[in-house]
Design a protein around this ligand. Structure first.
Ligand code: PNS
Length: 162
């Protein structure tokens, strides 16, 4: 396989994301573009530019990963414009699949881009950025679930209380 786009909010990126993207670099010979999404209808805890910088720092050691903001427009168009063969998504469970499957069909219909799902390692199955934000904002220790760059960022920029 060739190039994949892995989209997400990454607010913040956590070890479950890192595991999926790292594994994907062994499958996609031209690498993975991590597309960090902005959505004007959504309130993010970490601004877009900082999320892009954090994801870039997290993968600075790994050839084959590039990071771009996905600011406006359709993911399917973004993927097509980059020549990506696939959109990459990680699945934690069947609920993720039920949520993702309609978007996979829509993205294929929109731009002929396939979606490839990787099953996440069960050790990360309880992780989501929203749960991490909630626990962190209430003073809980979430370091075990986060790459070092994100640990440092949250230590310097604590999340507002949920
Ligand atoms: O990490 P998230 O918040 O679950 O990621 C959601 C994301 C960015 C994958 C989704 O919102 C998305 O695909 N946004 C791009 C806009 C788009 O193409 N929407 C139609 C999807 S079929």
């Amino acid at each position: 396989m060739t190039l994949a786009v892995c989209p997400g909010s990454f607010d913040p990126i956590h070890n479950g994301h890192v595991e999926i993207i790292t594994r994907a670099t062994k499958i996609f010979s031209e690498g993975v573009i991590v597309a960090v999404a902005h959505n004007p209808q959504k309130k993010f805890s970490i601004p877009l530019q900082e999320r892009v910088e954090l994801v870039s720092e997290v993968f600075s050691w790994l050839d084959g990963v590039t990071v771009e903001p996905l600011e406006t427009g359709l993911l399917a168009e973004f993927a097509r414009s980059r020549g990506a063969a696939a959109i990459l998504k990680g699945l934690r469970d069947e609920k993720d699949f039920l949520y993702e499957a309609p978007m996979a069909t829509m993205n294929r219909n929109l731009a002929g881009v396939e979606t490839v799902f990787l099953a996440g390692d069960p050790k990360h199955g309880h992780l989501s950025s929203s749960l991490i934000r909630e626990v962190a904002s209430l003073g809980g220790d979430v370091d075990d679930y986060l790459p070092r760059a994100v640990q440092r960022h949250l230590a310097q920029h604590p999340l507002a209380r949920a």
